[in-house]
Design a protein around this ligand. Structure first.
Ligand code: BES
Ligand code: ZN
Length: 461
């Protein structure tokens, strides 16, 4: 991989400028007004894959946003790595909190600031550039396939059908993803588990129209007051979720498993300082790290209704809304939990309030095996570039397609993320370190190398 590494150093400036151009496309998947920008981001990738030397580069249309597919098959007898990433990004509000506009990337303090810099355009682009470096130097050691989708941030609705109808053509020996975090820049890690998610919106209706709060106040039910009471009922004083049956399928970890995960360095004082909070909160009986990774939770992501404009308006609203998500752990099922929530939440409504619940999307939790040659190859690759063996960790975020790779393509996933939890993903001032971008591009080719070598050794046995 000598020539590959040399190529990377020589072309670094261009690799950076290309990423900045990619980041200028506002590919926010949840907003209809950005539909064309998603198309543009996909076309951008198509061109770059062609330039990088991929064969069979395709833009696959879906009911939602297009899927970018590319591959290079150098020899069908060699192993195949399937890389997954996403080019869509989260909304940028609240805009006024950004120090520079989210789609005008700038480099400050050795970091690229832009929406998607870390999640996941920057991390996806590392794979494209690592691939280019291997192809152009003739050092690509195995076959490569790429699926870059535009709907990850909205639940990957179109991708399962694409996997099912193309299962044969997508056959691979491992899926490789960089859409997670590592512990710190000098503490590499591999992610071995992710939480699932179910995301819902609730709508409460009280009186059939907005009312003067002086004329009617005290005499009619206020749906915002009620919504707050109902939400407050969803967790008890021990931080446990009160939805009947919610914990029935939660896998409790053994003391050994918990001790192993406690090896992940976590500095609670620093954590509080970084978030500017005086205390931590969560389910009794678990550490902060456990609460955020191996335990399920429920959060209100947004709440509104009535008057929220400038100044005061005296009104009892007709409607109140909230967006609520639950993070799930093995072996909870997001369909089941969505139903349990719906039944319980509806039952909490007092007379005079109508409840309407809409399910947005879901994804199942996942744990990936560590006793595979793929995991070993990932360890070796990181050891090579960081000089340290990566620590296995479980993370709290979700990537809905990961369990489906397993189910549909029968292939395991390696989650080798180069982002940091402090990258402000989904938040104002998202950024990605130049160190991290480069480390990713340097490390990925070694994964290809070791995975190919270990696969050959296994075959020879
Ligand atoms: N990259 C994240 C998931 C992630 C972040 C995993 C940090 C581990 C560490 C991904 O793009 C994401 O945000 N997913 C959504 C999925 C949802 C919208 C279906 C999430 O977790 O909220
Ligand atoms: Zn994300």
């Amino acid at each position: 991989m000598q020539k590959t590494q040399q190529y990377i150093q020589t072309n670094l400036n261009r690799f950076l400028n290309e990423l900045l151009a990619f980041l200028r496309i506002p590919s926010i998947s949840t907003k209809a007004e950005h539909k064309e920008d998603l198309q543009k981001a996909a076309s951008f990738l198509i061109e770059r894959f062609k330039e990088a030397g991929a064969d069979a580069v395709k833009l696959v249309s879906t009911y939602g946003h297009p899927i970018v597919y590319a591959e290079k098959i150098i020899d069908p007898r060699l192993p195949t790595i399937l890389v997954y990433g996403h080019y869509d990004v989260q909304p940028v509000e609240p805009l006024h909190l950004w120090h520079s506009p989210p789609f005008e990337p700038v480099i400050r303090d050795g970091k690229i600031f832009a929406r998607g810099a870390s999640d996941d355009k920057g991390q996806t682009y590392m794979h494209l550039k690592a691939f280019e470096a291997m192809v152009k130097t003739g050092e690509l050691p195995c076959n490569a396939k790429f699926i870059i989708e535009g709907e990850e941030e909205v639940g990957s609705e179109s991708l399962p059908a694409f996997l099912k109808s193309n299962a044969e053509g997508l056959a691979a020996d491992v899926v490789l993803i960089s859409d997670t975090s590592m512990i710190a820049n000098h503490t590499p890690s591999l992610t071995v588990g992710l939480r699932g998610i179910v995301y819902l919106q609730v709508e409460l209706t009280g009186p059939q129209r907005d009312l003067h709060s002086g004329v009617y106040g005290g005499g009619v039910i206020n749906p915002i007051n009620t919504l707050c009471q109902m939400i407050a009922c969803l967790k008890d004083e021990k931080g446990r979720i009160t939805i009947p049956g919610f914990y029935d399928k939660v896998t409790e970890l053994s003391p050994q498993e918990r001790a192993a995960l406690a090896q992940v360095p976590f500095d609670e004082e620093n954590f509080k300082k970084e978030l500017a909070v005086e205390g931590v909160a969560g389910e009794e009986g678990y550490t902060t790290l456990e609460r955020m990774t191996i335990r399920p939770t429920l959060d209100v992501n947004g709440i509104w209704g009535g008057y929220t404009g400038e100044g005061a308006k005296t009104v009892i609203p007709s409607k109140a809304y909230a967006k609520i998500s639950m993070r799930l752990v093995p072996d909870q099922d997001f369909h089941e939990i969505g139903q349990l929530f719906t039944d319980y939440f509806t039952s909490l409504a007092p007379r005079g309030i109508k409840v309407n619940i809409q399910l947005y999307h879901g994804g199942q939790p996942v744990v990936v095996p560590m006793d595979s040659i793929a995991y070993r190859a990932a360890e070796l690759a990181m050891e090579k570039t960081f000089g340290k063996k990566p620590i296995p960790q479980r993370e709290g975020g979700s990537i809905p397609i990961v369990p489906l790779f397993h189910q549909i393509l029968k292939v395991n996933t390696i989650m080798m993320g180069f982002g940091l939890n402090s990258d402000n993903i989904h938040s104002p001032n998202e950024h990605f370190g130049l160190f991290n971008y480069l480390k990713g591009i340097e490390t990925i080719p070694y994964f290809y190398h070791y995975f190919t070598e270990l696969s050959k050794q296994q075959q020879a046995r």
